[in-house]
Design a protein around this ligand. Structure first.
Ligand code: ARG
Length: 463
């Protein structure tokens, strides 16, 4: 048994050390070292509380505090040796603390267990990531607002079924994503508020007989309150699942926008030009400029959804309280968090740099009989026709234009009157795309005036 084996921590009743395979399946240090800063923050709060409550001496608490700071700087400086035999970050830190300060290190674990310790560390880590997602979403929303403001009145085709439906404005389309990412932002904030209860002091599962002060450690770690049930506190991973669910929904939004960018940047569409900084070339086809960042964002959704499903499966059916299964929570969350943050930053960069091609957007806006609904509405409004009849008349006119190979505004008044005699020249006013978008002033509609109302609201909201 090596001097630094985990048996030092829990091996009192063991006659033999673990098999190498046991060690390999058991150890989490390969990944949970990412929670080192959180682990040390938790231990510092715990030690200070133990001293304040007279459970350990001030002298020991001070030695622990200083020792933990040394450990932290060793880890941050890359000088720390992580040992698989010591299983996880908690025991690696404590063992090193013992090497540095000796006997007082053994008092740190009073009134605490690795079960409440890991729940605390992981919560702190996830909370930091929610804050990072918050900042990433705000930055992305701001970039979208800038795009929306610049092109509030630029016309483009709006699609349903990816078929031209009605003209919309570029600003309106950008603002649709602002709404989506805005909901993601509010989910991030809800999740943060709900998860912000401290598990520390729940101990192994039942609480402790030491006179600990859980309010004090909760406050020191920025939690709103201690978690109210010790069994739940050590067995709860809802905060990680909520993080992954929020990330999944946001990633789904990112993938939809990424897909539009892939389509829009194609030679067939030319709606946007992505910057060189967020595109790549082909090693064989010199003309190519590929939207790789958008494609990768579209793809990364898979691993984020996967992480969410994987952790759901890990937690499903687990009896209370802690089970080692729960050690499988971290890698999923780490990977999802890394890729979510990267996708948010890449999307922000692409949106900031991309140029909307106003002329291509406008040309496409007028094609595909996009103002057919405006024509039908005119027949209702001016001629008093029931909408269903107007729909039918307009359909005939679309068929006529299609057979002539032209768009609706290219039909002559005689053509129009051959389908419905009462149509007058005024109809041509509503067949222009600018007219079409300007007329859609209902709340939340595509008219530039409405788009500007929403831009102003969001700017005020973000401050
Ligand atoms: N490495 C463990 C984890 O990530 C820490 C908690 C271990 N607790 C225990 N009783 N073995 O979940």
């Amino acid at each position: 048994m090596s001097d630094r084996s985990s048996n030092q921590m829990w091996g009192g009743r063991f006659a033999a050390g673990p098999d190498a395979i046991m060690e390999a399946i058991n150890a989490s240090i390969g990944f949970d070292q990412r929670m080192a800063a959180q682990d040390i923050a938790g231990s510092r709060a715990h030690a200070a509380m133990l001293a304040a409550q007279g459970i350990i001496s001030d002298k020991d608490a001070e030695a622990i505090r200083e020792g933990l700071l040394t450990v932290l700087s060793e880890i941050e400086g890359g000088a720390f040796h992580f040992s698989t035999a010591l299983e996880d970050i908690h025991m690696n830190v404590e063992a090193r603390l013992k090497e540095i300060i000796g006997e007082p290190a053994g008092r740190l674990h009073t009134g605490r267990s690795r079960n409440d310790q890991v729940a605390t560390d992981f919560k702190l880590w996830v909370r930091d990531q929610l804050d990072a997602a918050d900042a990433g979403l705000v930055a992305l929303i701001r970039a979208l607002l800038d795009q929306a403001e610049a092109g509030a009145e630029w016309v483009m085709p709006g699609f349903t079924h990816l078929q031209t439906a009605q003209p919309v404005t570029w600003g309106h389309h950008m603002m649709a994503y602002v709404e989506m990412f805005g909901r993601d932002l509010s989910r991030v904030r809800d999740a943060r508020a709900r998860m912000n209860e401290s598990p520390l002091g729940a101990a192994a599962l039942a609480g402790t007989s030491f006179p600990i002060d859980r309010e004090m450690t909760a406050e020191a770690l920025g939690f709103d309150r201690p978690a109210a049930n010790s069994l739940d506190a050590v067995s709860d991973r809802d905060f990680a699942l909520e993080f992954l669910s929020v990330a999944s929904i946001c990633a789904m939004h990112l993938s939809r926008f990424a897909e539009e960018l892939v389509i829009w940047s194609s030679a067939q569409f030319r709606f946007v030009t992505l910057s060189d900084r967020f595109s790549t070339g082909s090693s064989i086809m010199p003309q190519k400029k590929n939207p790789d960042a958008a494609e990768l964002i579209r793809a990364k959704v898979g691993r984020i959804f996967g992480a969410n499903t994987a952790l759901m499966m890990v937690m499903k059916g687990l009896p209370l309280a802690y089970s080692k299964d729960m050690q499988e929570d971290k890698e999923q969350v780490f990977d999802a968090a890394d890729n979510w943050m990267l996708a948010l930053a890449a999307m922000e960069g692409m949106v900031k740099d991309m140029t909307a091609n106003r002329e291509s957007l406008a040309a496409a806006a007028g094609s595909g009989f996009s103002t057919a609904t405006d024509l039908a509405d005119w027949l209702v409004r001016v001629l008093g026709m029931p909408f269903r009849d107007a729909h039918h008349v307009t359909g005939s006119l679309v068929a006529m234009a299609e057979s002539k190979g032209c768009d609706l505004p290219d039909l002559s008044l005689e053509d129009m009157q051959s389908v419905h005699a009462e149509i007058t020249n005024d109809v041509f006013d509503v067949l222009g795309v600018e007219n079409s978008v300007n007329s859609r002033t209902s709340y939340g509609g595509t008219a530039p005036s409405q788009v500007r109302v929403q831009i102003a609201r969001w700017k005020k909201e973000l401050g």
